[in-house]
Design a protein around this ligand. Structure first.
Ligand code: LCS
Length: 393
C-alpha cells in the first residue's frame, strides 16, 4: 500500500520511501560523507535528477531523504529540505527569497532569533523589515510595500500564544504576490497543516515536537511548489545548512510516535491549563484550548487541537517567577519545548534576564510570564508538582 493512501499515524510509521536491500525493518544509518559512482557519467546524471543515486551527503543522503520525504508527505507539500537546525531553516528562507532592496513582514511575537537575525544581519545587507502583530490582518496590510517579497508567520507564536488567521493572511499576501512562510513548530503537522490553508512554505524546528525526545537539534522546510523548493534547496546545499545522517536517523525514529506523544501531552495540557486558570496565584493563562484565549474560535477552525504549550502570568511578577522556578521538582528548568518531558521557563529570570524590564515588556514578556511545555508524564505528577511549587510562591 502506498503511504499516500494511509492515515496520519500509519504515515508516521511507514513513510519515507527508502528501502534497504537487506530488508531491515528500520533504515540503517548511512554514516558516510561520500558515495562511489558506478561509472564516469553516473554522478552527473544523479545531480541532474536523471538517475537515482547519491553523490555527497551535503547534497543528499538516504537518512536525510527519508526524513524529508516523510515530513513533506505529512505537510502535504511538494518536497522537504532538512537543515542542521531550526535557525538554519529560517536562514535558508531569508537567503533564498530576499535580496538587497527587498522587504519582508514578520509576526512581532516570534522566536527571538528568527526576528533577531533579520534586524541585526539582514538589515545590513539592505533588506527591509516590519514586525507587526499579525493576529490582526489589518496590521499586515498597512506595511505591505511594492518591494515586499515574504510574509513570515509563527502561529501559535512563541511565547505569547497568538494565533494568526492563515487563510486570511495568505489571501492578502497572494494578492500582492508575496510568498508566505509559516513556522509550524508549536503544532507540528499533526495539529496544523499551513500549506492546506494557503501557505507556500512550512518551517519546523524539528528539535521540538517532530523529534520529541530532546536529543537532537534540527530543522525542516516543506515547499508547496517545485519552483520555491528548488530555490530553498539551492541555499541549503550551497551554504551548507545540511543535517547529519545520524541526526536525521534519530529524528525519523522520534517522528514515528508523534501522534501518540502529542495526544497524551495535549490531554495533560488541557487539564494543566484548567488547573492554572482556577489557581489564585495565577493572573492569566494563554492556551488556545481555553475559551478565555482571545482567538479560541479561530484556533478551533485552523488547528486540529490546541497543542501542549501554555503561557501563564503569575501574580507577584519577577520574585514569584523565581520562587516557582526554584521549587518545581518534576518539571525541568529549561529552554526548548515539545519533548516528552515537562519543561518550565521563566524568561524574566532566565533567558531574558539580561534585558531591561522595559525591553522585555515591549516584546510582550511580562515579569510574571512563565512558559510551560507539558510532557507525557502522569497528569497527577505534573499537577502535584505545580501545586506544591505554587504554594511556596
Ligand atoms: N522556531 C521556533 C518557533 C522555535 O521555538 C525555535 C527554537 C526555532 C524556530 C529555532 O530552532 P532551533 O534552531 O533551536 O532548532 N526555540 C527555542 C525555545 O523556545 N527555547 O530554546 C530554543
Amino acid at each position: 500500500m502506498d503511504t499516500k493512501d494511509q492515515g496520519f499515524t500509519s504515515k508516521l510509521v511507514h513513510a519515507g520511501g527508502i528501502k534497504d536491500t537487506l530488508g531491515s525493518a528500520v533504515t540503517p544509518i548511512y554514516q558516510t560523507s561520500t558515495f562511489s559512482f558506478r561509472d564516469a557519467g553516473h554522478g552527473a546524471r544523479c545531480f541532474a535528477g536523471e538517475e537515482q543515486g547519491y553523490i555527497y551527503t551535503r547534497i543528499g543522503n538516504p537518512n536525510i531523504e527519508e526524513l524529508e520525504n516523510t515530513v513533506a508527505e505529512l505537510e502535504k507539500g511538494f518536497g522537504g529540505i532538512a537543515t542542521a537546525s531550526g535557525m538554519a531553516a529560517v536562514n535558508t528562507v531569508y537567503l533564498a527569497l530576499l535580496g538587497a532592496g527587498d522587504h519582508m513582514i514578520g509576526s512581532a511575537a516570534i522566536y527571538g532569533s528568527s526576528r533577531g537575525v533579520m534586524e541585526t544581519l539582514y538589515s545590513g545587507f539592505g533588506i527591509g523589515h516590519d514586525f507587526v502583530d499579525t493576529t490582526n490582518i489589518e496590521n499586515i496590510e498597512k506595511v505591505i510595500k511594492p518591494s515586499t517579497r515574504l510574509l513570515f508567520l509563527e502561529t501559535p507564536s512563541n511565547p505569547t500564544m497568538g494565533i494568526t488567521d492563515l487563510q486570511a493572511a495568505a489571501r492578502l499576501a497572494h494578492r500582492h504576490k508575496i510568498l508566505v512562510c509559516v513556522d509550524n513548530t508549536f503544532s507540528s503537522p499533526y495539529l496544523q497543516r499551513p500549506l492546506e490553508l494557503g501557505a507556500d512554505i512550512v518551517l519546523h524546528s524539528m528539535t521540538k515536537f517532530i523529534n520529541g525526545h530532546a536529543d537532537i537539534v534540527g530543522g525542516m522546510l516543506v515547499a508547496k511548489e517545485k519552483e520555491v523548493y528548488d530555490k530553498l534547496r539551492y541555499v541549503m546545499v550551497h551554504v551548507g545548512f545540511n543535517m547529519d545522517p545520524h541526526q536525521a536517523w534519530l529524528t525519523r525514529r522520534g517522528l514515528k510516535t508523534l501522534s501518540i506523544r502529542l495526544e497524551k501531552a495535549q490531554e495533560n495540557t488541557r487539564q494543566v491549563a484548567a488547573f492554572l486558570e482556577s489557581h489564585p496565584k495565577v493572573e492569566w493563562v494563554l492556551y488556545p484550548g481555553l475559551k478565555s484565549h482571545p482567538q479560541y474560535e479561530l484556533a478551533k477552525q485552523q488547528m486540529d487541537g490546541p497543542g501542549a504549550m501554555i503561557s501563564f502570568g503569575l501574580k507577584g511578577g519577577l520574585e514569584a517567577g523565581r520562587k516557582l522556578m526554584n521549587n518545581v521538582h518534576l518539571a525541568l528548568l529549561a529552554v526548548s519545548l515539545g519533548g516528552i518531558e515537562t519543561l518550565i521557563q521563566h524568561p524574566a529570570s532566565m533567558t531574558h534576564s539580561t534585558l531591561s524590564a522595559e525591553v522585555r515588556r515591549s516584546a510582550g514578556i511580562t515579569d510574571g510570564l512563565v512558559r510551560l511545555s507539558v510532557g507525557i508524564e502522569d497528569l497527577d505528577d505534573i499537577i502535584t508538582d505545580l501545586e506544591q511549587a505554587l504554594l511556596k510562591v
